[in-house]
Design a binder for this molecule. Sequence first.
Ligand SMILES: *Cc1c(COP(=O)(O)O)cnc(C)c1O
Length: 304
Amino acid sequence: MINPTELPDLTKASVQTLSDPLVSQKGIKIDVLRLDKIHTIISGNKWFKLKYYLQLADEQKKKGIISLGGAYSNHLVATAYMCKLAGLSSAGIIRGEEPANLSPTLHAMQAYGMSLQFYSRQAYRDPNLIERVQEAHPDFLLIEEGGRGLPGVQGAEEILHLAAFHQYSHIVCAVGTGTMMTGIINSALPSQSVIGILSLKLNTDHPPSILNFIQQYSRYSNFSLLDNLHFGGYAKKNDELITFMNKFYRRHSIPTDFVYTGKLFFGAMKLVEEDFFDAGANILIIHSGGLQGNMSLAAGTLDF
Ligand SMILES: *Cc1c(COP(=O)(O)O)cnc(C)c1O
């Protein structure tokens, strides 16, 4: 467990060119913005999505932050860590009954001082859950599941500035709530095409509409959301995905997770194969970090 004193180091967000025969054969170029390298816990997009929420909590003189998520939530562990850094309390509403053995992610949340409250899946689905949680914790700033919301979008608008992003024709990213993608759309040039690879089924596993959210908060409409690369839904996986992630790591030394970025890179390579991109395309893929989900896999499943 790392000591929660370390801030992310944005200078570590390198841009890595994928050297892949298929990519060169198609006459395109793919660069990867390695947000996964900025920090081990506040990995990837979560730093950007959370920073303005922390500022808000401070401005509103809140005692802490409360949010919601699953037992392997990248969002919650990042929230716990950032609150600890900022000297704020944190509380997490966890989907599902308390397990006999806490997941490593839940352990880490607790170690960073987050108090955990377990809700049965049924209680968690209550449409009034958010209101009830906020009422019960008036001195906590509530962040929606996954950091969904405008402050998250505003933070995500800073991501592209870590790369010389003007040169790219396409920007490709993973989509959970769509918060990061909205920030990327807002900061991309209107002439660039932003492609979101959904890690869950559109408008089925998630009550609030991802598309409505993106449309509500984005300034441009130069984006598309791909709904056919999620392997059956949120956190669903199969052997093909795991095999791809291992091969991808061996070839490029880029670790991915099966919830978001494994599907992102699998999807991007499939698009390349299917000639989705014209020759000459110059593509930037955002590696959004977040490897917590992999801890739910049996030891030895992954080569990294
Ligand atoms: C949380 C997360 C996402 C999803 O971001 P949204 O803003 O919710 O769409 C994507 N990739 C990784 C690695 C994540 O941890």
